[in-house]
Structure formats: C-alpha cells, structure tokens
Design a binder for this molecule. Structure first.
Ligand code: SAM
Length: 248
C-alpha cells in the first residue's frame, strides 16, 4: 500500500537511526526533506540514493496536494526533517493533516527526539510533562508565556537557542523564583554532551560564567510548580491584598 512514512533521523550521533528507518528510506520512491543538502549527508553515509525534494515551512501547504496525488498514484514517500522526529518543532503538520483528510495511509516510525531524550536523563518528574517548543524571542511575549506557566504542575520542556538561554534563565528567575529547578541538556548524543541541573538563579550564574556552557543545541527543562500546602489560595491572597489597601 502506497503510504506516507514519517521517519525520524539522528539528533547528532549519525548511528542513531533504526534499521527499519534505513529500510524504509531504501524502499520509498521519494524523500521529502526539510533541507535536501542536509539529508543528502545522511543518505550518503548509509549509501542510499533516492530522489529528494524540499518540504519546508514556506512551501509545505502549497506542495501537499501534489504529494498526495503522487501517493494516490501508487508512490510511497518518506518525510524527514533535519534532525529528530518530523512535526516536533519541525515541518510536516500540514502534510499529515492533509493526508489524513484525503484518506492517505500514514505510517509513523518511532525514533530520536531531543525533548524525550533530554527528559529521560534530566532527573525531573517524567510521569507527566508538557512540551512547549521554542519560547517566543521577544522579551514581553516570553515573560507572558512563562507567567502563564507559573503554576503548571507538570515538567515543562523547551527548545532553546544558545543566544537566548541566558536571558531566558533571567526571566525564569524573575517569574518563577530563584529556586525553581531547571535542567539544561546540551549537545545530546554529541561530543560535548552536558546535562546539568540546578536552581534557576544558580543555573543563570553557571551558564554566565563560561560561554562554552551555552554553546550548541539546547533543551531546557523546568520542574513543575509544587503547591505549598500551607499557602493561601490565590483568590484569598488577592482579597487580602485589596483589604489591606483599604485599611486605615
Ligand atoms: N524535530 C527535532 C526533535 O525531534 O527533537 C527538533 C527540531 S527543532 C527545529 C531543533 C531544536 O531541538 C534545537 O534548537 C534544540 O533546541 C533541540 N535539539 C535538537 N537536537 C539537539 C541535541 N542534540 N541536543 C540538544 N538539543 C537538541
């Protein structure tokens, strides 16, 4: 049955690709890649020669009808991104949504994902978690997003840029307090892999001390909010604050 295969690729270490993923890349008629030059390196390494074409954020919506027509005509297509699992902060959502609507068979392969790999080693509760993707780049939007997550009880996972991570830690200290536990997982599966956990203020200092500690690719995790059993409910606090203002 001609299908759309969703194929995860390595997030750093080229060996992190499953035997089944390689077999699917060998078998399909076409590979839809986020960046064809990037994917060519992977294919060359595994001596796979297959027609590749670009499917990225800017052309995905307009390309999907043509791809669906190819699959309906009997060709199988593999969707890959530059690294990790397609659709996870990567292109593919529109294509998959359109394929589902058109009744095209979709076969997802399990494989590398930076968020899940970081969570598995972070030492933060992993029974429930919330994947938050990239924080907004602009300061106000970033602070608003963090404020909305202030009382989120689950472990939060973010993708972060090395240029912004120090500023993000500063905002976490301001919004969530200096003791909120955070973990920075950097360059996972690569030579300089580092996974470091600390309170937010301590992490801000640690990252600031040495530029090498914030280089490369980063997953940032924030421990969920733990309600203080002795604390007053938020509504009661607000009422008290209002009352205090009125008191002589
Ligand atoms: N689809 C990918 C996945 O499944 O993880 C994520 C793609 S997203 C555009 C790229 C971001 O993922 C990077 O900016 C970084 O935050 C994170 N990332 C990817 N590879 C990583 C690695 N080896 N170590 C740490 N973070 C990584």
């Amino acid at each position: 049955l001609a299908s759309l295969f969703i194929v995860p690729t390595p997030i750093g270490n080229i060996q992190d690709i499953s035997a089944r993923a390689l077999a699917v890349l060998q078998q399909v008629d076409l590979i839809a890649a986020e960046d064809t030059r990037h994917t060519a390196k992977l294919l060359n390494h595994y001596q796979i020669s297959k027609p590749c074409f670009a499917l990225h954020d800017h052309n995905e919506q307009q390309k999907s009808a043509g791809l669906i027509a190819k699959i309906q005509a009997g060709q199988s297509i593999a969707l890959v991104s530059d690294a990790g699992t397609p659709l996870i902060s990567d292109p593919g959502y529109h294509l998959v949504n359109d394929c589902r609507a058109a009744g095209v068979n979709i076969v997802p392969l399990p494989g590398p994902c930076a968020a899940i790999t970081a969570l598995s080693a972070a030492g933060l509760p992993s029974d429930r978690f919330s994947f938050e993707g990239f924080l907004p780049a602009k300061e106000k939007a970033k602070v608003d997003t963090l404020t909305a997550l202030l009382e989120e009880p689950r472990t939060m996972i973010f993708y972060e840029s090395p240029r912004r991570v120090l500023d993000t830690l500063e905002q976490i200290v301001k919004v969530m307090g200096p003791d909120r536990r955070v973990v920075v997982a950097r360059e996972i599966t690569k030579t300089f892999e580092t996974i470091h956990g600390a309170g937010a203020a301590e992490m801000w200092q640690w990252l600031g001390e040495d530029e090498n500690r914030r280089k490369g690719e980063i997953v940032l995790l924030i421990a969920g909010h733990k309600p203080d059993p002795h604390a007053l409910p938020q509504a009661a606090l607000q009422t008290l604050t209002l009352l205090v203002k009125e008191l002589p």
